[in-house]
Design a protein around this ligand. Structure first.
Ligand SMILES: *[C@@H]1O[C@H](CO)[C@@H](O)[C@H](O)[C@H]1NC(C)=O
Ligand SMILES: *[C@@H]1O[C@H](CO)[C@@H](O)[C@H](O)[C@H]1NC(C)=O
Ligand SMILES: *[C@@H]1O[C@H](CO)[C@@H](O)[C@H](O)[C@H]1NC(C)=O
Ligand SMILES: *[C@@H]1O[C@H](CO)[C@@H](O)[C@H](O)[C@H]1NC(C)=O
Ligand SMILES: *[C@@H]1O[C@H](CO)[C@@H](O)[C@H](O)[C@H]1NC(C)=O
Length: 127
């Protein structure tokens, strides 16, 4: 275990700890860009939820039963067939403050939500 930790950078360690050992995807984008992440499920349930951090109050970005939903810079697109369901969650015109932990899910059981981390960088070229 000691040897493993030596090779890991601090951000990687933080991610591993934050998810109890499950690897959560980290997405890096530049300020002003858009991002779309696909969350896949093998079941279909309502509501469709897209949320940030603690997933409460204003951090509930989208809570819908519609296949397409928009809320300002946030949007969701849901598609499913007999074997699987796919939920695309998007944020447009990214800001530095959009950095953080996001979850996308179907239904009320949060243990089945998917999680990803977003890191929005300043996007200036160093030359
Ligand atoms: C859905 O996937 C989970 C884990 O990936 C599995 O445990 C479960 O049995 C699957 N359910 C169905 C209905 O296929
Ligand atoms: C989503 O909306 C439904 C219906 O308005 C509500 O019952 C539910 O509590 C909401 N979920 C969250 C996480 O706020
Ligand atoms: C529909 O089912 C196929 C496999 O049968 C799968 O590859 C595909 O991703 C599914 N599409 C959606 C939108 O879930
Ligand atoms: C980002 O999303 C906005 C709103 O959905 C769209 O108007 C714009 O063309 C997108 N920009 C890029 C680079 O895809
Ligand atoms: C939520 O989902 C998990 C994993 O599928 C399951 O073990 C748990 O019993 C579920 N909880 C509820 C309240 O349905």
């Amino acid at each position: 275990i000691q040897l493993l930790y030596v090779g890991l950078s601090l951000p990687v360690l933080t991610i591993l700890l934050a998810t109890d050992g499950e690897t959560a995807e980290t997405q890096t984008r530049m300020r002003g860009e858009n991002i779309t992440v696909e969350c896949k499920f093998n079941f279909s349930e309502n509501p469709i939820l897209f949320c940030k951090e603690n997933c409460e109050g204003e951090n509930i970005l989208i809570n819908t039963t519609e296949n397409r939903a928009d809320n300002g810079r946030y949007s969701t697109l849901y598609d499913s067939n007999y074997t699987s369901a796919s939920l695309h969650v998007s944020i447009s015109d990214l800001k530095r403050s959009d950095s953080g932990r996001y979850r996308c899910g179907l239904g009320k059981n949060r243990t089945r939500y998917h999680e990803f981390h977003l890191d929005v960088t300043e996007g200036e070229f160093l030359s």
